[in-house]
Design a protein around this ligand. Structure first.
Ligand SMILES: [Zn+2]
Length: 143
């Protein structure tokens, strides 16, 4: 994952105007260990910057996604949550209840299977292991 400074470098190199709202949004996203929807993000940003409008958070999410800095997490809470973009081969565990994201070490996509796909004429743009489940904290809440 890129550091907040790398995010700022990329955005300023694309002439994105740095507002205090956008800086707060970037700080919240980079510090969160959970997938956040735009609505979650708006809530968290307002804890630090109460005057932040909902529309500016939604616009920032669109902008950060279009620059490849955040990505949508599929299969969690209606596919509307985002996490900072991770390295292409980083395996992830995502709690489908609370959105907590953990990095999994040592799990790699099946290279042989991928080679077979390429041989069969598919073009692969991304291959990642994404494990959905329930984190320990959520399991304790349920039991
Ligand atoms: Zn959880």
């Amino acid at each position: 994952m890129k550091t907040p400074d790398q995010w700022l470098d990329m955005l300023t190199s694309h002439q994105v105007r740095m507002t205090s709202g956008l800086l707060t949004i970037i700080a919240v996203l980079s510090e969160s260990n959970c997938a956040l929807s735009a609505e979650d993000l708006w809530e968290k940003v307002r804890e630090r910057r109460p005057a932040t409008g909902r529309a500016s958070v939604y616009r920032a999410v669109e902008k950060l996604e279009s620059f490849g800095l955040i990505e949508r997490v599929h299969g969690v809470r209606g596919c509307s949550s985002f996490i900072p973009v991770q390295d292409a081969h980083q395996a992830l565990f995502i709690c489908s209840k609370c959105g907590w994201v953990g990095l999994l070490e040592g799990l790699e996509p099946d290279r042989h299977g991928l080679q077979m796909l390429v041989r069969d004429g598919f073009i692969i743009s991304q291959s990642r292991i994404q494990v959905l489940g329930m984190c320990k904290a959520c399991q304790e809440l349920v039991s």
